[in-house]
Design a protein. Structure first.
Length: 306
C-alpha cells in the first residue's frame, strides 16, 4: 500500500523530511538546493514546487543544466504542490529522450505543467505534448528502484568497455561520437551495437585540438563541430590528468556549451571531489561544469536507452 502524507505547510521542507526518514541523509549535488543524491547514492532526485493555479494546474521550470546532472544516473523528477496527498515522482529515464529532443527557453529552462484532472493527472511538456502521469504518484517506484540499485552487482569494466558503452549511449542519443583512433580496436562489440566513430576533429579548436584528440569519448552535436559532452575514463590514471584536459578545453573557449564528465569506479569519487576543489579549477569555473559518473551507472544508462 502506498504511504500517504498531506503536505499543507512548507511543502518542500516536509517532503525532504520524508526523504530523509526513508532513505537517510540527503547529499546536495553542487550548489543546487533542488538536486540531491539519496539512498547513499542509489538515486538522484530533482525537486520542483509550484502553487496550484486557477485552472487546476501547476507550473515548473526545469533547468537545462540541472537535467544534465540526472543523465546516466538512477534519477527522478519530483513535482510538489501544496495539499497533495502523495508526491508525484517521475522516472527521468522515461522522458530523457524527449528533453534531449527539445531546446530550453531563453532562460535555460524547460517549461512543464501538471494538470490535476478527475479523468487522470497529466504531465505537459512544452513543445512535446501531454502524458498521463497517474501511475507516478507515491513512493513505490522510487522504493523499488533504490532497492534494486543497492542489490545489483557492480560490473567490472576495463577502459575500452567503458568507452564502448559511452559511445553507444551517445550514438543512441543521436550524437556524432569521437573516440581516439588508437583506442578503437579496444572497443567491445559484445557489450553494444556497433556504431561509427567520427573521422576528424574540428580545425576551429586550434591549439587544443591535440588535447581533444586525447579525450576518451566526445559527443558532438550531429553533423556539426559543437562538442556537447566530453568524458575522461580514469581507470588507472590520476583524476587530475582528466581535469587538466577539461580545463584547457574550457579555457580555450569559455562560451562552450558542453558537459565535462570524469568516469571512474565509485571509490574514486572522493578523489574527484578533492581534486576538483583545487583553487585552479575554482578560478577557471571548471568546478561548476564537471560531474562524476561511476562505472556502476553506465550499464544501467545504456540499458535504459536500448
Amino acid at each position: 500500500m502506498r504511504s500517504r502524507f498531506a503536505m499543507t505547510g512548507d511543502v518542500r521542507k516536509e517532503f525532504k523530511k520524508n526523504l530523509k526518514q526513508k532513505y537517510g541523509e540527503l547529499d546536495s549535488i553542487g550548489r543546487s538546493r533542488s538536486l540531491y543524491e539519496i539512498g547513499d547514492g542509489a538515486a538522484r532526485i530533482y525537486i520542483r514546487y509550484s502553487k496550484v493555479h486557477d485552472n487546476n494546474s501547476t507550473f515548473y521550470g526545469l533547468r537545462h543544466k540541472d537535467l544534465k546532472q540526472l543523465e546516466g544516473h538512477n534519477s527522478f523528477l519530483c513535482f510538489l504542490w501544496k495539499g497533495q496527498s502523495e508526491p508525484l515522482i517521475v522516472p527521468f529515464s522515461r522522458y530523457e529522450e524527449i528533453f534531449n529532443s527539445l531546446s530550453p527557453a531563453g532562460d535555460g529552462q524547460y517549461k512543464v505543467q501538471v494538470f490535476l484532472q478527475e479523468g487522470g493527472t497529466e504531465l505537459y511538456i512544452s513543445k512535446a505534448g501531454r502524458f498521463n502521469a497517474e501511475g507516478y504518484f507515491g513512493w513505490d517506484e522510487l522504493d523499488s528502484s533504490i532497492e534494486t540499485e543497492r542489490l545489483s552487482d557492480i560490473p567490472e569494466f576495463d577502459h575500452g568497455q567503458v568507452q564502448t558503452l559511452l559511445g553507444s549511449i551517445g550514438s543512441k542519443k543521436n550524437f556524432d561520437v569521437w573516440i581516439p583512433r588508437y583506442d578503437r580496436n579496444q572497443l567491445d562489440w559484445n557489450l553494444a551495437r556497433k556504431f561509427e566513430c567520427r573521422s576528424i576533429l574540428p580545425e576551429s579548436f586550434g591549439g587544443v585540438k591535440d588535447i581533444l584528440k586525447e579525450v576518451d569519448v566526445i559527443w558532438f552535436q550531429k553533423a556539426s563541430n559543437n562538442p556537447k559532452a566530453l568524458f575522461e575514463v580514469e581507470h588507472t590514471t590520476p583524476i587530475y590528468s582528466g581535469l587538466l584536459r577539461f580545463n584547457d578545453v574550457s579555457l580555450a573557449d569559455p562560451t562552450l556549451d558542453s558537459r565535462f564528465t570524469v568516469v571512474a569506479e565509485e571509490e574514486r569519487r572522493s578523489a574527484f571531489v578533492k581534486q576538483l576543489n583545487r583553487p585552479t579549477f575554482k578560478t577557471s569555473g571548471l568546478n561548476e561544469e564537471c560531474t562524476f559518473l561511476a562505472y556502476e551507472n553506465i550499464l544501467e544508462w545504456h540499458n535504459r536507452l536500448y
